[in-house]
Design a protein around this ligand. Structure first.
Ligand SMILES: O=C(O)CCC(=O)C(=O)O
Ligand SMILES: [Fe+2]
Length: 331
């Protein structure tokens, strides 16, 4: 099987359109990647998200971050309960640390050199919905809102198919997660890593510090710059070089917990691209788009049947996510 570093590349088309036997085969490959590495790349997802749409998503992302700072600041992210809006450089410092003091120290010594825009589900159709509103640059970029809302829906559909594949492989029945992830409590995050002097992120600095993600699975679209690294079982960081027309998929902490540690949420980070020209003092701007998929906000996450003696008490999705987000952001 093709790989990028330690990350297997899986053709998803036979799961989406193949026979039952083909579906099962892909589901098992996906499950194996999620138990071994916690990361994989999917190709042939065109029927859900065509490459042209991914290119437009990057174009919109760039246009958004190119807006004047005073426009972006008016859309500022306010609180973990909402988790929507613009996050200026220095506000989020991702890490596995959970003490406020340790995180503040890291933020001062080695901040994440990135800015982000966080988008949630944009409409309300049930009592379970978050009461918070998205923050849109409606006058400055009128196409942004409809485009991102469509992209959010498409990512949701891909995420549902991935959860179906995992459920099938785990013997839970393909539809097991359907009504547990259908309220779209997800977070679409656009990322901009500005071009900066390499010296700033060499020797301990980061574009994104080492961390794991929080939800079920993350769908990550990366441009061709590179810099994403995934930790192997020995603790080494291995570059996951971008592969055209693929989406990176990684397991988040809630899915790891739900699966009683069968599926692995793996530490990753974003640093200087592995293949950069050493004589060049600046590193190129990088953009990526992450779709953090989550269970329904009020879903109680209990270790799944068939995964052995539960290692964790049950936890509600919302309480878990708000706690994690609250740890890593600053005002
Ligand atoms: O930009 C990337 O490639 C990864 C970003 C990431 O890991 C995150 O935002 O959780
Ligand atoms: Fe991440």
């Amino acid at each position: 099987m093709a790989v990028s570093g330690i990350v297997p590349i899986i053709d998803f088309a036979p799961f989406l359109t193949g026979s039952q036997a083909e579906k099962k085969e892909v589901a098992e490959e996906l499950f194996k990647a999620c138990t071994d590495v916690g990361f994989l790349m999917l190709r042939n997802i065109d029927s859900l998200i065509p490459p042209s749409q991914v290119s437009s998503a990057f174009a919109q992302t760039k246009q958004f971050f190119d807006l004047p700072m005073e426009v972006k600041e008016k859309l500022a992210w306010e609180c973990p309960e909402s988790n929507r809006g613009y996050v200026a450089e220095g506000r989020e410092r991702v890490t596995q640390e959970s003490s406020k003091e340790a995180i503040e120290k890291l933020r001062a010594q080695a901040p994440d050199y990135k800015e982000t825009m966080e988008i949630g589900k944009d409409y309300k159709d049930g009592p379970y919905d978050s009461p918070f509103e998205n923050r849109w640059p409606e006058t400055d970029l009128p196409d942004f809102k409809p485009f991102m809302n469509q992209f959010f829906e498409d990512c949701h559909r891909l995420h549902v198919e991935i959860m179906r594949a995992l459920a099938l492989a785990m013997g839970l029945g393909e539809g097991f997660f359907d009504d547990k992830v259908n309220q779209k409590a997800h977070n679409l995050r656009l990322l901009n890593y500005p071009s900066i002097e390499k010296a700033k992120i060499e020797g301990g600095g980061n574009r994104a510090g080492s961390h794991s993600d929080y939800g079920t699975v993350t769908l990550l679209f990366q441009d061709s710059v590179g810099g994403l690294e995934v930790q192997d079982k020995q603790g080494n960081f291995v570059p996951a070089r971008p592969v055209d027309d693929t989406v990176v998929v990684n397991v988040g902490d809630l899915l790891m917990r739900w699966s009683n540690d069968v599926l692995k949420s793996t530490i990753h980070r974003v640093v200087l691209p592995a293949d950069g020209d050493p004589s060049e003092p600046m590193t190129a701007r990088r953009n990526s788009i992450a779709f953090f998929s989550n269970p329904n906000l009020h879903e109680m996450i209990r270790c799944l049947p068939g995964t052995g003696e539960p290692k964790y008490p049950e936890v509600e999705t919302e309480a878990y996510l708000v706690k994690r987000l609250g740890e890593t952001y600053t005002k």
